[in-house]
Ligand binder design. Sequence first.
Ligand code: PBG
Length: 325
Amino acid sequence: MLFPDYRGRRMRANANFRRMIRETTISKDDLILPLFAVEGKGVKKPIEAMPGHFQLSGEYIVDMAKQAHAAGIPAIIVFGIPDKKDPLATRAYADDGIVQKTVARIKEAVPEISVITDVCLCGYTDHGHCGVVENGIIENDASLDLLAKTALSHVRSGADMVAPSDMMDGRVTEIRQILDEEGFDQIPIMSYAVKYASAFYGPFRQAAASAPQFGDRKTYQMDPANAVEALREATMDIEEGADIIMVKPALAYLDIIYRLKQEIDLPVAAYNVSGEYSIMKAGEMMGWVNAKDMIMETLVAIKRAGADMILTYSAIEVARQLEEA
Ligand code: PBG
């Protein structure tokens, strides 16, 4: 149909018509809120580059979990900031580690919300890499056992799902195996399968105190230039037993989300990362952009590209906005 028979503007003429033909909608069901846990009491330390986010000690993180639940969000993902770091990341898999204690506390206070844990070593190693370092090399196979132990300890403390973000080859197999052996065959793995070496993680590394102390993460995280490789990474993790495949970051990788959604038959998650949040909030502070609308538009775009769920620092504000709408 061509103009004048077709007039695109007819169905855009009012809010009801626009609602009726809307192809993509954001729902609270799509949202996962990341939270940062620290040791101590009464700690609510602002993360400078992420306005509205804090490093939170137990009572405050429970409070945030309650707020998330009250806002209708189904799940949170917890990151831990330990008080001690060492070469083997021992606080990552300690029974009394920060994530383990925090998860137990949240599950006791707000059992209704699902708690996912980020499984990685970078916040717990003194060198800040996601795996074990030997002679300046991030050793893949030597890291697997520690990652599996970390995942198991999270689940033992009550985590409902684990999300390995380290990008070591073979870690999904190791984690699936140890969970199954220990009676946790019902705990899903959300794999950060397609995780790019991205400048958009900058604010997070400040938030989680997890910046690498030498070099960068390019020997394990993916080259932003590669798309076919993303399919390979996703396929590998599916074969190893992942239940959800994540793409990260989201905004600069919508083509990857789209492609994976077409090619794989598992749910696809997208991580709307710290830098994506920070630039919008910073723009708003400058008075240059409307962050609220920009965030909603961004989430719609991520969903339109094919994401089934979105990890986003805006989860609570967006959930409340949806409630008002
Ligand atoms: C840990 C991890 C990172 C993020 C999630 N898990 C940082 C990194 O790989 O350096 C980034 C999240 C964000 O930027 O919001 N490996």
